[in-house]
Design a protein around this ligand. Structure first.
Ligand code: C2O
Ligand code: CU
Ligand code: CU
Length: 488
């Protein structure tokens, strides 16, 4: 082990950061493969923002591998339009969004709009499509006038290569705006993780990492390591935080500031919660309001235990987090604003499906199975399925009638947590681990802890078509932990 030199210490973020990460072997074990010239604590920046006009947003998104600056260093990653993340798309309920996906990768891909309540058919949010290298495809999404506001995101969804392509850099945010909250500043934070080798290329995971779900050595916010936000005392900010990590859960706290959780995945919450901590499973998003107090605040990811492979595979995850968990920090200074932030509007009433008659109930079960893995196409490791059946795009797993209100119980008897995600139709969480929810909680990704279960209600309204549900640990999804639902 080399002693840490001063330059490295500075590059890693200076004494403040080191003092929070040194104190065990964690730093060196975590940073074995971290390129030493990663630059942290630069001024926070956001990707380019593309806004709809007169009800229409037309975007050309080119997926390509190339040389990009990530964490202050020239590296080779995948990217949309050369940016990590790709551009933020800002739209309104009722808008039409046309995305021309241009595939300049050396492999097939496609594009999914995660969380949007839009048609899964044709050139809509159709994950069964495949766009070959050199080809392009014109997607069109029509948002209903009552589409829930919130922060959503886009990423590739070609079964078998989703984890590699997202981990490699293909993701971006979608904001469905409302004009309900008078706030000073609206910021989008896309959190991702990545591992780079010494030549600056994305490092391939081991087969064990794929089974657990790969986690990167570097934690990024909008492609930066621990960026610094500048803000004014007394200002109100709205942060839209996306967990775009392939497998990493983010248990987030905002130190020295008082965040109010406005919504998770899609708004609104029954009432904003002054929660100290919020958990984002892969794919989840949070909207947070912060009224800033003078001083420094740190947005920090704390260790989260998402289980292990059980005894036979030996041990769980390394729970240390890159950069001591520092996601971003904020420096708040200046005279308190004369203009007090406008009062928050009264919270909107979220819809509540409890108490309504249910047309059908189903139980789905996440399964990890050694035997199924032995027979899998790569002949190794563990099988990842729902109900013992690996994903088959030609098989219909759930037949549902348009308009039906169903209650689904998602079971997990395995030793790992799995985040359950359904496309197109949001889910109201009814109970977690047998505990009923006391207020309406809407999600499009809901974590199902190891050896536990979650019950949700889904109103299969507005659209017909076939789509998927899956584990949002994308390595699990690629290995078969996905099923189809046909709504007719
Ligand atoms: Cu974020 Cu099916 O995916
Ligand atoms: Cu999705
Ligand atoms: Cu999983």
């Amino acid at each position: 082990m080399e002693p840490i030199d001063r330059r490295t210490a500075l590059m890693l973020g200076g004494a403040g950061l080191l003092s929070t990460t040194v104190g065990g072997v964690g730093l060196w074990r975590t940073y074995n493969s971290l390129p030493l010239d990663v630059v942290s604590h630069q001024a926070f920046r956001e990707p380019e923002q593309l806004r709809s006009r007169d009800g229409l947003l037309e975007v050309r998104l080119e997926a390509a591998s190339g040389s990009h600056v990530v964490a202050g260093r020239k590296v080779t990653t995948l990217a949309y339009n050369g940016g990590l993340p790709g551009p933020t798309l800002r739209v309104k309920p009722g808008d039409t969004v046309r995305i021309l996906l241009v595939n300049n990768l050396d492999q097939p891909t496609n594009l999914h709009v995660h969380g949007l309540h839009v048609s899964p058919e044709g050139n809509g949010d159709n994950v069964f499509l495949r766009v070959d290298p050199g080809q392009s495809f014109a997607y069109e999404h029509i948002l209903r006038d009552d589409h829930p506001p919130g922060v959503y995101w886009y990423h590739p969804h070609l079964h078998g290569s989703v984890a590699d392509q997202v981990f490699g850099g293909l993701y971006g945010a979608i904001v469905v705006e409302d004009d309900v909250i008078p706030e000073a500043r609206d910021r989008v934070m896309v959190i991702s993780d990545i591992s780079l080798d010494s030549s600056g290329r994305v490092r391939a995971p081991s087969s064990m990492q794929m089974m657990m779900g790969r986690e990167g050595d570097i934690l990024l916010v909008n492609g930066q390591v621990a960026p610094v936000l500048q803000a004014t005392t007394g200002e109100r900010e709205r942060w839209r935080v996306v967990n775009a990590c392939t497998s990493r859960y983010l248990s987030l706290i905002l130190e020295n500031q008082q965040p109010e959780l406005l919504g998770l995945d899609l708004g609104p919450l029954a009432s904003p919660a002054s929660e100290g901590r919020f958990l984002l499973a892969p794919g989840n998003r949070a909207e947070v309001i912060v009224t800033l107090q003078e001083g420094r605040g740190v947005l920090r990811a704390e260790p989260f235990d998402r289980g292990g492979m059980g005894n036979m595979m030996g041990g769980g995850l390394n729970t240390s987090i890159p950069q001591g968990g520092e996601v971003a920090s904020i420096e708040v200074s200046g005279p308190a604003q004369n203009r007090p932030a406008a009062d928050m509007p009264p919270p909107l009433e979220p819809r509540d499906l409890r108490g309504l008659p249910v047309a059908g109930t189903r139980t789905l079960s996440f399964e990890m199975d050694m035997a199924a893995g032995m027979m899998s196409s790569d002949g190794a490791g563990m099988g990842f399925t729902f109900d013992g059946a690996a994903f088959d795009p030609k098989r219909v797993d759930q037949n549902v009638s348009v308009g039906a209100l169903e209650e689904w119980t998602i079971r997990n008897d395995s030793t790992l947590d799995h985040p359950f995600h359904l496309h197109v139709w949001p889910m109201q969480v009814i109970a977690q681990g047998g505990e009923p929810e006391t207020s309406p909680q809407w999600r499009d990704v809901v974590n199902v802890p190891a050896r536990s279960e979650v019950t949700v209600r889904i109103a299969f309204e507005d659209f017909a078509g076939t789509t998927v549900y899956h584990c949002h640990i994308l390595d699990h999804e690629d290995r078969g932990m996905m099923g189809t639902v046909r709504v007719t």
